[in-house]
Design a protein around this ligand. Structure first.
Ligand code: SAH
Length: 464
């Protein structure tokens, strides 16, 4: 270890910044954020730095650096483009035992700036010891995605209760278990979901020992249309902390793989007209598992509130008083359209888009066909493959031109995506011709022709 990470308290201490350019500005801002008083020295200073250096007790010295500038200083940043001057500042600072950082010159530094993830009071610092700052920044970016923006609020909440909990639980081990439970359970989730008051209420209850039994929680999470890259950060986080996962046929194996390794996995998928687990049994199962105190992840393809029966599942949870949260996902229409090069709306071709279920009961059609005739409207049919001949026929019968462009997107966004384009007249034939199977999304409307205009290209996919 070449550098020992320490966190430097700079509140109301004097920090010297030598230099007046962009780098100096960046460092000065950081120092100001940490509460330091600035002394900025440079013959010329850019306007924004001049403004910062003019605030409060900060000092701005518009001249060259002098050794006397080091007086009373707790930290020194040399950010000039004059290398001999930087070396001189470093030598003088080190002779006086004052920590010094010379930007982009690790050899001249006694302290270096890490890449920072700021969720104050929680701060994560990453350093490569000056050897590979870009790598440190990339790692920082990864950490940024793991730590919800509201982590700071969670830490703030914990701070308010810290002394009280310490008084109640003198044993370190007990306290560790207490706080782990707070940071990984329902209290943390409430804060992450923007419900700080709820988190505070639960924590107050917990501190008072008023939670009679551990009640689990259900996360109703949209897993997107297939490509794991389309998961949200929140989805991924909940996937990695749930104790048990209930998933559908639509959720791609690559996504299940991202769930916590030791989580129990339960398949509750449905085949069309072969319901393997009836919906009410799924609802009941969610309730039972949560009542056992488990964190239950209900993973759904696409978005849980778009043809996902998410509404029914949370109704049951709400009725039983089980805490739950819903995490939106990218719905098949957005995902498939983007990956197939078909904008769902376009100023010239479609002013609205309609998501329609094509799952027709008994082959009959109870859809409001007359509403679908406007040519400026894009129609997206979910579950429309079996009923496709009826859908096309009814649209034409109700006045949509037989020549209206239409597309079939099978397994959209995955590496197996296949796209076929045609018209309302020949779409059903394409299904037979290319053995198109579920899950397939049907898009109808003038926007489909934009795919060709955009000269969209997918590597392995079969074109018509
Ligand atoms: N809640 C889901 C939809 C569930 S309904 C969502 O928001 O996307 C199931 C239908 O969605 C399928 O019959 C198919 O029409 C469509 N679908 C889901 N994922 C798909 C995919 N990757 N490619 C094509 N269609 C898909």
């Amino acid at each position: 270890m070449d550098f020992l990470p320490l966190f430097h308290k700079l509140h109301d201490r004097l920090a010297l910044v030598v230099g007046g350019g962009e780098v100096a500005l960046r460092k000065a801002r950081l120092l100001a954020d940490a509460g330091a008083t600035l002394r900025v020295v440079a013959p010329e200073v850019r306007d924004d730095l001049r403004e910062l250096a003019g605030q409060g007790a900060n000092q701005l010295l518009l001249r060259g650096y002098q050794a006397s500038d080091l007086e009373g200083v707790a930290l020194i940043i040399a950010a000039t483009d004059d290398e001999p001057l930087n070396a001189q500042i470093s030598a003088q600072a080190q002779a006086l035992g004052i920590p010094v950082n010379v930007v982009d010159a690790p050899k001249l530094c006694s302290v270096i700036f890490p890449a920072i993830v700021d969720r104050s009071p929680l701060i994560v610092a990453v350093s490569s010891g000056g050897d590979a700052p870009v790598l440190a920044r990339l790692i920082r970016a990864k950490i940024e995605t793991w730590i919800p923006a509201t982590y700071g609020q969670l830490a703030g909440l914990a701070k308010r209760f810290r002394a009280q909990v310490k008084g109640l639980l003198p044993d370190v081990q007990q306290r560790r278990v207490f706080w782990e439970d707070v940071f990984q359970g329902q209290i943390a989730e409430s804060v992450f979901a923007g419900k700080l008051h709820e988190g505070e209420r639960l924590l107050t209850q917990k501190v008072a020992g008023a939670i009679p039994q551990a009640l689990g929680e259900v996360y109703l999470v949209g897993a997107g249309p297939g490509d794991p890259d389309l998961l949200t950060f929140r989805a991924l986080r909940l996937m990695q902390q749930a104790d048990v996962v209930l998933y559908d046929r639509l959720v791609a194996p690559a996504i299940i793989e991202l769930c916590r390794r030791d989580a129990e996995r339960i398949y509750v998928g449905k085949q069309r007209s072969a319901h393997s687990v009836p919906q009410d049994q799924i609802n009941q199962r969610l309730v039972t598992l949560a009542k056992e105190g488990k964190r239950v992840l209900r993973l759904k393809g696409g978005d849980p509130f778009i043809f996902g029966r998410g509404g029914e599942e949370i109704e049951e949870l709400a009725a039983q008083g089980i805490p739950f949260q819903v995490v939106p996902g990218i719905t098949a229409a957005s995902g498939c359209a983007a990956y197939a090069g078909i904008p769902l709306t376009h100023r010239d071709y479609a002013q609205s888009v309609r998501f329609v279920t094509g799952h027709l009961k008994d082959g009959s059609c109870d859809l409001p066909w007359a509403e679908f005739t406007a040519s400026s409207q894009t129609l997206v049919f979910y579950m429309g493959l079996v009923g496709l001949p009826v859908i096309c026929q009814q649209l034409i019968a109700h006045g949509r031109a037989a020549s209206t462009p239409a597309a079939l997107i099978q397994q959209g966004t995955t590496s197996n995506q296949r796209v076929f384009t045609g018209t309302l007249a020949n779409l059903p034939e394409l299904v037979a011709q290319h053995n198109v199977h579920a899950p397939t999304l049907v898009i109808v409307g003038e926007v489909v022709q934009l795919r060709d205009k955009l000269a969209w290209f997918e590597g392995a996919q079969t074109e018509v």
